[in-house]
Design a protein around this ligand. Structure first.
Ligand code: FMN
Length: 204
């Protein structure tokens, strides 16, 4: 099995959160689809609710506190990303946007990304297309064609084999195929020594 990592960013604020529920279902489907291509996906979930203060501090100071830095590094080092936001005022939430504002602008370049959202009403489903897709296009991510939207009504009793389930499966399959087509992500440390330290001392 090939080893790959999947970062999952969930921006839900409620506890329990429907956004987190959707994120978990998408991640599980992605793991299953990837396994079909002999890829073992390790999932790393990032709950933005827990990082809200850190994100505000980073915006004010320009420096990420340790927990936020770890989350940003996790996204950058991941082979793919699932990004899920609640719809607030017909768009992504401010917290969701702020996290991607403090992410390095090259961190998502050519990274497969699956976008998803939860909302109260299906009337705002196109927010995925007019808000999230342009955001990730700007960050030069490869956003898979199927976006997953779950309104309150989608969490009904038939959700095990309903339209939401088939949309999750389709999007997860597209994400798994993009992961399969790529080499694993390797992040180079800009501060890593590229020459032997003893040689440096000998030839200053
Ligand atoms: C401030 C605020 C604004 C919202 N705006 C919208 C909206 O414009 N359209 C919509 O369909 N739902 C809207 N909602 C409902 C949330 O999108 C919905 O409850 C979401 O699934 C909550 O996710 P969570 O359970 O992960 O917190 C809004 C909720 C809040 C708190």
């Amino acid at each position: 099995m090939m080893q790959r990592t999947l970062a999952v960013v969930s921006a839900g604020l409620s506890q329990p959160s429907s956004t987190r529920l959707l994120a978990d279902q998408i991640a599980a489907a992605a793991v299953q689809k990837a396994a079909g291509s002999a890829i073992e996906l390790t999932v790393r979930v990032i709950e933005l609710r827990d990082l809200a203060h850190d994100i505000a501090n980073h915006l004010l100071t320009g420096f990420p506190p340790a927990a936020l830095k770890e989350a940003l590094d996790t996204v950058e080092a991941a082979d793919a990303l699932v990004a899920v936001t609640p719809i607030f005022t017909a768009s992504y939430s401010g917290l969701f946007k702020s996290f991607f504002d403090v992410l390095d602008k090259d961190a998502l370049a050519d990274k497969p990304v699956l976008i998803a959202a939860t909302a109260g009403t299906a009337r705002h489903s196109l927010s995925l297309e007019h808000a999230l897709r342009p955001l990730f296009a700007y960050l030069r991510a490869t956003v898979v064609l199927t976006a997953v939207f779950a309104a309150a009504d989608d969490w009904g009793a038939d959700s095990a084999d309903g339209p939401l389930r088939s949309r999750i499966d389709r999007a997860a399959g597209e994400l798994a195929r993009e992961i399969e087509r790529r080499d694993p992500v390797s992040v180079t440390d800009p501060f890593a020594l590229t020459v032997n330290f003893e040689d440096l001392l000998r030839n200053p």
